[in-house]
Design a protein around this ligand. Sequence first.
Ligand code: ADP
Ligand code: ADP
Length: 229
Amino acid sequence: MITFQNVTKKYQTGAQPALDDVTLDIERGEFVFLVGPSGSGKSTFLRLCLREETATSGQIYVLGKNVKELSARRTPKLRRQVGRVFQDFRLLEDKNVFDNVALAMQVIGKPRHHIRTAVPEALEMVGLDGKEKRKMTELSGGELQRVAIARAMVNRPKLLLADEPTGNLDRKTAGGIMSLLDRINRKGTTVVMATHAYDIVNEMRKRVVTLSDGVVVSDQERGIYGKGG
Ligand code: ADP
Ligand code: ADP
């Protein structure tokens, strides 16, 4: 699903690399936590997967494609095959729930009849059925993140990349979002989630890849995220 081979990313020549010789394989169907302190390279890893940044050296394969060799035309195609979720939700404030989710289908030209059935299905999956007409200002943080997850999943991506999806949520709400991501993963979507929430990582017992200063310092099955790294 994702392969990094000796990937180094330097933002400026001479600077410390944000990722330093990272080699990593994420298989289809996995749930992987990418952990490490702020500045350890988690977001850089996610951005490189979608060619929002390019690697300084090394090879990256996502969904079977060598990301470096993607043409300008093929890059949006790859991005559309990957769902994304962010800490700050990135929803459109002036649109309702239905329209926020529908937009992800409209931008890729899906026919209207398909959108009319797929959006309610996605909203049901995240537990927001019946809230199609709500405005973003009427929703709680947990509900906003559920809208964002419905949007990310409505085109049925094989891969979901989540960058601190619980960062703006209280503990209990975060737990609900984690059960949802777990359910999405169990239905077959590969999930990679960057976080520094110790409690969540330690409860889930999934694979844990730990970054420190751009280096993978541990990679554990059913791992924990210890305060000592
Ligand atoms: P994390 O997501 O773990 O907080 P990042 O990938 O955002 O880590 O950052 C890794 C390192 O790369 C940090 O030293 C950060 O300052 C640097 N960095 C991230 N993005 C940029 C950028 N656009 N330009 C220059 N340096 C950056
Ligand atoms: P932009 O190019 O400015 O991000 P788009 O029209 O492509 O704008 O998308 C509008 C919003 O919908 C953005 O917040 C974007 O992240 C989101 N979006 C678009 N397509 C998808 C998708 N397939 N999955 C998840 N979010 C999407």
